[in-house]
Design a protein around this ligand. Structure first.
Ligand code: AMP
Ligand code: ZN
Length: 276
């Protein structure tokens, strides 16, 4: 095993120890078909965790077909169960159509990735709760988290990052499934090399709908920074988040329309999907 592999695996283990994930827990890995979530599933399985996969087929043409194929290959390789959610069947149309209808209604003020992100989170929480799992694991990595924190600072809303971390905080509710991010401290470039070294089935293409210009701008800026600098951003987040949280603790309610956990009377997904 080379140095990069050993370092990545040790950071992964340290993160799971830090957030105290027991091997008795049932973890559903949100598999997109991309490198990050594939590495999460591969390592959780290798370290003896009880995992199953969950894939949302977004029906974004050839891109989604390729993602589904890779997810199926990965689950077969790891010998884990795969749960599938077909957006077209369950919500009436593919993500492209849902997104344009939502943007039309909200006059383009909401970016593609934000819309898709809200809907994916809603689906994951509801569907995974039905599977009686203890945690949802996602592939968010150091670069994603540094981007999100910077975006929130640039928007003047650092409090939006107050609950972020390798495990969701402050959201204890029987209907809310805690989310874990085992790659929280690991740089994207290292995850990419690792996935290639381990020859994991991965779709390396970017989502054709990923046209969130703000995030692209911040990503381009961060590409010029070192891993150490990205780690510094996350260290800063962890240092200040306890102070931000005190101002912003909000109790979860249940959405009046769908019954899912929500910060307001109507959840973000229902507010967005109110497109008729
Ligand atoms: P993204 O928001 O696309 O950067 O994805 C962040 C994480 O969400 C991924 O690492 C996956 O764990 C999860 N995810 C994204 N897309 C899907 C999908 N279609 N099905 C299941 N999980 C997904
Ligand atoms: Zn709702």
């Amino acid at each position: 095993m080379d140095k990069l592999e050993a370092k990545l695996e040790s950071k992964f283990k340290q993160t799971l120890n830090k957030i105290k994930i027991s091997k008795k827990s049932k973890i559903i890995v949100a598999l997109s078909g991309g490198k990050d979530s594939s590495v999460v599933a591969y390592l959780l399985k290798r370290f003896g965790y009880d995992i199953e996969g969950f894939h949302i087929d977004l029906k974004i043409g050839k891109y989604s077909e390729e993602c589904l194929k890779k997810v199926e290959e990965l689950c077969e390789m790891l010998n884990i169960r795969l749960h599938l959610y077909d957006v077209k069947k369950e919500m009436g149309s593919g993500m492209c159509y849902l997104r344009s209808a939502i943007q039309e209604k909200h006059k383009g003020e909401i970016k593609n990735c934000a819309i898709c992100g809200v809907i994916k989170k809603w689906i994951l929480n509801k569907a995974v709760r039905g599977l009686k799992a203890d945690y949802i694991a996602t592939g968010h990595n150091l670069d994603d988290e540094a981007q999100t924190f910077l975006i929130n600072i640039l928007k003047g809303s650092p409090e939006l990052s107050a609950n972020s971390g390798a495990i969701t905080k402050n959201l204890s509710d029987k209907k809310f499934i805690p989310r874990i991010k085992p790659l929280f401290y690991i740089a994207e470039k290292d995850i990419k090399s690792y996935s290639k070294k381990k020859k994991l089935p991965v779709n390396y293409e970017k989502c054709p709908c990923a046209l969130d210009s703000y995030r692209i701008q911040v990503r381009k800026f961060l590409e010029k920074t070192s891993t150490k600098q990205k780690e510094n951003i996350i260290n800063n987040l962890e240092r200040v988040s306890s102070k931000i949280k005190k101002i912003n603790i909000s109790v979860l309610k249940y959405c009046e329309r769908c019954g899912e956990p929500s910060r307001g009377n109507i959840c973000r997904k229902c507010r967005l999907m109110d497109i008729c």
